[in-house]
Design a protein around this ligand. Structure first.
Ligand SMILES: Nc1nc2c(ncn2[C@@H]2O[C@H](COP(=O)(O)OP(=O)(O)OP(=O)(O)O)[C@@H](O)[C@H]2O)c(=O)[nH]1
Ligand SMILES: [Mg+2]
Length: 303
């Protein structure tokens, strides 16, 4: 997948771990906890993650490369289909799959994807997440058919309980192998991408349930200036004029809030003061058009 770095340690383990499951089950929250940094955005709205994002955990004895994926669901439109294709792509190179389910959900497989997960060559663990939301001592709602998963774990990605024991088992399941990435690299994504993602996350937080799905964000300009600040311009795309009004808010208030929330996180990410400019543009029905999905990087050529 990438150039790999030789390690002298013959006991060193490495591999790709795909984190998969329905939307909103906590995949990105878990990945961020495992990496100890925010590499993937999180919100309480379904379908927050739209790309496979690597989170790389490097220790002396192992390098675990987690692949956060979009939530698995039955596609209802073109963007949905792109997200499903992207998620299933995450399975291809995986050595291990973590199938994350909400511990309260009795039917964690969206139609048609059970076969995809079960058919993958990778080893498979079932992870019951959000255990903190069950009454003490209660069992997860889903009863696993015998033999479908090698191991099962109950965790809370939010408060961290059970995560360490799960990580020990993940590492033990990885094949012997070298480091693939430099040990100080946490993600495969660059600052422009992560900046757009932070803005998208803040826009999700600011809006109700429906609008976020219609938002896409691109970093349009990213320039270091002589005054020590980095000038960043992000464009937020929506599907309709009415959505543009909502995202901007009265007198620009909503957009200002998004910028105020995003800027400190971007500054922390790049380690420099930032001047952030946000623009909202309409790209009519972009979630339903191939050329728009291609332009925004969601529709990809696949082998
Ligand atoms: N109570 C509780 N909430 C959690 C836990 N893990 C995640 N959440 C919350 O669940 C919501 C969804 O979390 P995400 O990490 O964005 O979920 P996801 O599976 O990545 O979602 P998509 O990217 O949309 O597929 C957020 O509000 C999280 O704070 C958990 O263990 N307990
Ligand atoms: Mg996610």
């Amino acid at each position: 997948m990438n150039d790999f770095l030789e390690t002298c340690n013959p006991e060193h383990r490495s591999g790709y771990i795909a984190v998969m499951g329905k939307p909103n089950v906590g995949k990105s929250t878990l990945m961020n906890r495992l990496i100890g940094a925010k590499v993937s955005i999180v919100s309480d709205k379904p379908q927050t993650t739209r790309d496979c994002i690597l989170g790389i955990l490097s220790e002396e004895q192992y390098q675990a490369v987690f692949v956060d994926t979009p939530g698995l669901m039955q596609p209802r439109d073109k963007l949905n289909q792109c997200l499903l294709d992207e998620a299933l792509d995450g399975l291809r190179d995986a050595d291990l799959v973590l199938h994350l389910v909400d511990a309260r959900d009795a039917s964690p497989f969206p139609e048609g994807v059970r076969e995809a997960i079960q058919g993958a060559h990778a080893r498979k663990f079932l992870i019951y997440n959000k255990m903190d939301l069950l009454p003490a001592g209660a069992q997860p709602a889903y009863r696993v058919p015998a033999g479908e998963y090698e191991r099962e774990f109950s965790i809370s990605a939010l408060d961290g309980s059970g995560v360490e024991a799960m990580l020990d088992a993940i590492v033990a399941a990885l094949p012997l192998g070298p480091r693939y990435y430099d040990e100080d690299i946490l993600s495969d994504r660059d600052e422009r991408f992560l900046t757009a993602e932070i803005v998208r996350e803040k826009a999700y937080h600011a809006m109700g349930q429906e609008l976020p799905y219609s938002i896409a964000v691109e970093t349009d300009e990213f320039k270091d200036r002589a005054n020590g600040k980095t000038f960043i311009r992000c464009i937020l795309y929506v599907e309709r004029e009415s959505q543009k009004g909502m995202l901007i808010g009265k007198g620009g208030a909503a957009l200002k809030d998004i910028g105020r929330e995003a800027r400190p996180e971007i500054e922390e990410l790049i380690g420099r003061p930032v001047y952030l400019e946000l623009w909202v543009k309409v790209r009519k029905n972009w979630t339903k058009k191939d050329h728009e999905l291609k332009r925004l990087g969601y529709l990809k050529l696949r082998k």
